[in-house]
Design a protein around this ligand. Structure first.
Ligand code: PXG
Length: 467
């Protein structure tokens, strides 16, 4: 095999990629025909591909590079830690300095009494941990029947068998006998698509009350926990109506079930506060974290656990853990990432300056004829594409047809803006500047124009009949 480097011609890299590399959430044969886009470098909010194009990363990788690319300090923290102690485990009565430091730091940053951390290397692993944590919690409290966990359709909680079952992605459930037993789903608070004739406030209450109905159906004595993202991310950046979270909180309290806030996307500044739970004013018993914890520079995740839950779990041996739980290099990098986010007041800047600036510009996209609504919190936003705004109508064409056309235009215009069905989503690095926001909006508008023309030309600006 010849030596491969970033200077190898793109076509050769693509051929090798297609021959040997199986991609996540990808139609392999389709990708092999088209060839993957190969990213070679990145700096700030900008990616460079193997053809030398500079691309504005409106997604912060996969919602994770909060601090932006190319921060030397993080590379140096990793190198220092690798030289000093590249690995040791945290099983069997041992610990190490990076895990101790990071745990104390997370306890300081996390709201309420979420003072304890159980580490994983990803959000999926952390949610698998949560499933076992909440069930074990109730067993230890002599309520072993409390095993059901309630989640929501269109939620994303990971891709392992446990976390994928917690999630509500039907396309995932269809592959591999999921969901596993003991997990139930209720509707998501997606007013634009599913709110019908209700006002957003009515719909928020109605979808929250599905939780109560489900608890009563299963029997409150059988329910362990409810899990949800403060703002759904992968489901299409769905910001719930204002009535939703207060009602959910009331119901979880009334029936004494644990609340797990999945902060994998919302955490570490994405919503303009350190955690989405603060932005949405919710008080979880457990928070799932990953992604922004290390800004994606190292794989690390975890469960932040309340004093009460930790006290119960610590009263017995919890037979659970991963080789890389609290990996020292990942912890050292996460610590340095948190230090930079704090020292440079990056979260405050999102809350007070760049978040409001982006929100105003992003909401302006609703002036475009193809855009129905815009939703945005901090640095995560979405727009709904529609053939008929007034009716909040979906397209007659298969869901995702219009979204894909728009995403292809964005790609061609060197903007990474993804589609989820027919919603276009953004989640840029938190360090994005005002002028980069202007560029993002300009490119989005241009791509919408082109997608609109494509849709008209292909006769696709047709609303689905109302059922
Ligand atoms: N919870 C949430 C809320 C997530 O968004 C996970 C858990 C799982 O984390 P890991 O680290 O195991 O991937 C996620 C991940 C997308 C996309 O296309 C989103 C995620 C992952 C991959 C793709 O939007 N979110």
């Amino acid at each position: 095999m010849s030596v491969i480097s970033t200077n190898t011609p793109t076509s050769e890299l693509q051929a090798l990629d297609a021959a040997h590399h199986m991609h996540p959430f990808t139609h392999g044969a389709g990708l092999a025909d088209k060839g993957a886009r190969i990213i070679t470098r990145a700096e700030g909010c900008w990616l460079t591909d193997s053809d030398g194009n500079r691309i504005l990363d409106g997604m912060a990788g996969l919602w994770c590079v909060n601090i932006g690319y190319g921060r030397r300090e993080l590379a140096q923290a990793a190198a220092r830690q690798m030289e000093e102690l590249p690995y040791y485990n945290t099983f069997f009565q041992t610990s190490h300095v990076p895990a101790i430091q990071l745990s104390a730091k997370l306890a300081e940053l996390a709201p309420y009494d979420l003072n304890h951390v159980f580490y994983a290397s990803s959000g999926s692993e952390a949610n698998d941990t949560n499933l076992r944590l909440v069930r074990t919690y109730w067993q230890l409290l002599d309520q072993p029947n409390r095993q059901w966990v309630i989640s929501r359709w269109n939620a994303y909680h990971g891709s392992s068998v446990g976390s994928g079952s917690l999630g509500g992605m039907k396309g995932m459930h269809a592959q591999g006998c999921m969901p596993i037993p003991g997990i139930a789903h209720i509707d998501q608070p997606n007013w634009w698509a599913e709110g019908g004739d209700m006002s957003p406030e009515e719909f928020g209450l109605a979808t929250a009350r599905q939780l109560e109905d489900k608890i009563l159906e299963l029997g409150p004595e059988n329910v362990a926990a409810f899990i949800a993202e403060p703002v759904q991310g992968a489901g299409g950046v769905i910001v719930p109506p204002e009535t939703y979270w207060p009602e959910i909180q009331r119901i979880t309290r009334e029936y004494g079930i644990l609340l797990i806030a999945d902060e994998v996307i919302c955490g570490f500044g994405r919503t303009g506060n350190w955690f989405g739970s603060q932005t949405m004013d919710i008080r979880p018993d457990i928070m799932t974290v990953a992604k922004g914890l290390s800004s994606g520079y190292q794989p690390i995740g975890g469960s932040l656990v309340s004093d009460q839950v930790a006290r119960v779990i610590d009263s017995a041996e919890f037979n659970h853990g991963y080789t890389y739980s609290g990996h020292p290099v990942a912890c050292a990098v996460a610590l340095e990432n948190l230090r930079l986010l704090e020292d440079e007041a990056i979260v405050e800047r999102v809350r007070d300056i760049t978040g409001p600036y982006l929100a105003e510009k992003f909401r302006g996209l609703t002036d475009h004829p193809l855009v129905g609504e815009a939703q945005i919190v901090g640095m995560m936003g979405s727009i709904a594409l529609t053939p008929d705004k007034a009716a909040r109508a979906p397209f007659e064409a298969d869901v995702g047809t219009a979204g894909l056309i728009c995403r292809e235009r964005c790609f061609a215009n060197n903007l990474i803006m993804r589609h989820v069905g027919d919603r276009m989503i953004i989640s840029p690095p938190l360090v994005i500047s005002e002028s980069e926001i202007d560029t993002l909006i300009d490119r989005a508008w241009q791509s919408l124009d082109q997608a609109h023309a494509d849709l008209k030309e292909q006769g696709l600006m047709k609303a689905a009949p109302r059922n």
